[in-house]
Ligand binder design. Structure first.
Ligand code: GLN
Length: 269
């Protein structure tokens, strides 16, 4: 009996050695998948990466900018890995609403209309709508905009304000004066080409667009058009993520991280 038991035990040990045993197996798995074990959950952000200095492509095809860096700092705080999805500006809210992404961040202005669709975090930056014109052209002040062709980026607040102020007939039908482009660059090219006499867009992207088209006679009018606050949006009712984002924004504001990132991209002048 003892012999049989000893034999069985020996057999078990040999089998164990040959199959590297259950325990060892698990250990090996954990080791080979060490990267996975450390891999952080993904935090998906929707943006439109043609909005310098908030989000744009660098020479290596990476999306950089104020929003991209703040979002990365937030993800870091939450122990997550940021993944940025570039899409049309006017698709961002739907991507958030349909759970295709976790949040939207795109120099996105808090508006009452958008609040009906998504929830906003606390603001992390301010912006303003300005008017780009051709020097010596027909638009010298906002008063000259009535009756002129105005270029905007589809679905932006610039679009909404321009349409509301200058783009409607008395019966509220479009008068054809506000022309919507896919991004600010296309609108500015239309301005240079003479298809529109002004472009209404956020101030910092306006500065970047004018700088990118140096020598083409573009300028930004002194008067700002509308003052705005930028925030991150999440799906309506996603209070868990909203609170996490707000806490992170709060901490990154207090420790100067956000200010540092903004100053890096918008040097005080
Ligand atoms: N701030 C503007 C808006 O929210 C424009 C944003 C953008 O074009 N990325 O509509």
């Amino acid at each position: 009996m003892k012999k049989i038991l000893a034999l069985l035990l020996a057999l078990l040990m040999v089998t164990c050695l040959l199959t590297a045993c259950g325990g060892d197996d698990t250990a090996t798995d954990t080791n080979t998948e060490g990267g996975d074990a450390n891999q952080k959950p993904v935090l998906k952000m929707a943006t439109n990466a043609y909005f310098q200095p908030y989000e744009y492509y660098d020479a290596n095809n990476n999306i950089i900018g104020i929003d991209a860096e703040i979002a990365a700092a937030i993800a870091d705080k939450l122990g997550m890995t940021l993944q940025i999805e570039d899409m049309q500006f006017n698709s961002i809210l739907n991507a958030v609403k349909s759970d295709a992404v976790d949040f939207g961040m795109a120099g996105l202005t808090i508006t009452e209309d958008r609040k009906l669709e998504v929830d906003f975090t606390n603001t992390y930056a301010t912006g303003k709508q300005v008017i780009i014109v051709v020097e010596g052209g027909t638009v010298a002040s906002p008063d000259d905009l009535a009756g002129k062709k105005i270029g905007v980026q589809l679905g932006t607040t610039g679009d909404a304000y321009a349409t509301g102020d200058y783009g409607l007939n008395e019966d509220e039908t479009p008068n054809g004066n506000v022309i919507q482009y896919n991004n600010g660059n296309e609108a500015v090219l239309a301005l240079i080409g003479g298809a529109v006499q002004a472009v209404i867009i956020d101030n910092e992207p306006a500065k970047a667009l004018v700088a990118a088209n140096a020598g083409k006679g573009l300028k930004i009018l002194e008067t700002e058009y509308v003052y705005e606050e930028y925030a991150i949006c999440v799906k309506k009712g996603n209070t868990e993520l909203l609170q996490k984002l707000n806490t992170a924004i709060d901490e990154l504001t207090k420790d100067g991280t956000i200010e540092g990132i903004i100053n890096k991209y918008i040097p005080a002048n």
